[in-house]
Design a protein. Structure first.
Ligand code: PBG
Length: 326
């Protein structure tokens, strides 16, 4: 007649709830994505990512300092070059904006910051694809991974502790590992965007880096189809076999099943990327007063950890870290 199961007993006080919480969320669980633009005098706000900027090198250093103050010690840099070309040569130019910014962060913070570099060509190519094109307009996989290898070396030389290939070319992790090792960068970590889906949630990011895919094209020829779950395991296993030290699932909220699969099946650290569109949706609803943005952000980021991710790349890194510290 009366219930024998009384789970509510454990929810009675905040202290009890904290004691039995299965999942934690701390500032050290976050990696902050940061954009740095070439040839600017002032940081430029990114309208679709409220609170984020295309940084100058000097405002980038200030932001890293503020993140550290909030307890976030990991950042991933994206370069926004002044000029683009067919092959994306700015990506591996030792004086390209990403390399300049990596050196600056490295010089200022050394190993106190886990300095990551997104490794892709799309910010640097005139056509906006993540690789070089064949005459028929399709992306040439094997020619592209050679350029990723060159880019990895440039990034490692500039001080990146972690390179994060995000182009979804077959064999990219192996090509990068071999090139890094041959150049004496055995300690450079590879964090592979292993299961990256062709998502509608990258819109604000493309504004942030000024990427438009030529001819209204898309990335379905190389990023994964969101109808597929098992394929993610195949991709991630291939990356681990090629030498990935960390694997990533991207986006986050719509792929928690994939996060759970990979955390169960693999034994490397796993992260998820709470992407630009996920941030923008929460921010926009928050700005309208329809939801409490920080509360929803904490709920979502906790869910990503609960599904099995060890850490999260998120545009909320600073605000949520500050909120958690209050
Ligand atoms: C590719 C890259 C993208 C993102 C990270 N790396 C864009 C894409 O695949 O089109 C998206 C990140 C985000 O939306 O926050 N260099």
């Amino acid at each position: 007649m009366f219930p024998t199961e009384r789970p509510r007993r454990l929810r009675r006080t905040p202290a009890l709830r904290a004691l039995v919480a299965e999942t934690s969320l701390r500032p050290s669980d976050f990696v902050a994505p940061l954009f740095v633009a070439e040839g600017r005098h002032d940081p430029t706000p990114i309208l679709s990512l409220p609170g984020h900027f295309q940084h100058t090198v000097s405002s980038l250093l200030d932001e890293v300092k503020a993140l550290r103050h909030a307890g976030v010690n990991s950042v991933i840099l994206f370069g926004v070059p002044e000029r683009k070309d067919e092959v994306g040569s700015g990506a591996w130019d030792p004086n390209g904006i990403a390399q300049v910014a990596l050196r600056a962060v490295r010089d200022e913070f050394g190993d106190e910051v886990v300095l990551m570099a997104d490794l892709c060509l799309d910010e640097y190519t005139s056509h906006g694809h993540c690789g070089v094109l064949r005459a028929d307009g399709t992306v040439d996989n094997d020619a592209t991974i050679e350029l990723y290898a060159k880019t990895a070396i440039a990034q490692a030389q500039a001080g990146a502790a972690v390179v994060a290939p995000s182009g979804m070319m077959d064999g990219q992790v192996g090509a990068i590992r071999r090139a890094l090792d041959a150049a004496g960068h055995q300690d450079t970590v590879i964090m592979a965007y292993a299961a990256k889906y062709a998502s509608g949630l990258y819109g604000p990011f493309r504004e942030a880096v000024g990427v438009e895919i030529a001819g209204g094209g898309d990335r379905r020829g190389y990023q994964q189809d969101y109808a597929n779950r098992r394929e993610a395991l195949r991709e991630a296993r291939a990356d681990v076999a090629q030498g990935a030290d960390i694997v990533m699932v991207k986006p986050a909220m719509t792929y928690l099943d994939v996060v759970a699969d990979l955390s169960r099946e693999l034994d490397v650290p796993l992260c998820a990327y709470h992407v630009s569109g996920e941030y923008a949706m929460v921010k926009a609803a928050g700005q309208n007063g329809w939801i409490d943005a920080n509360a929803v952000a904490i709920e979502q980021l906790t869910a990503v950890r609960r599904a099995g991710a060890d850490f999260v790349l998120t545009y909320f890194a600073r605000e949520v870290a500050e909120e958690l510290g209050r």
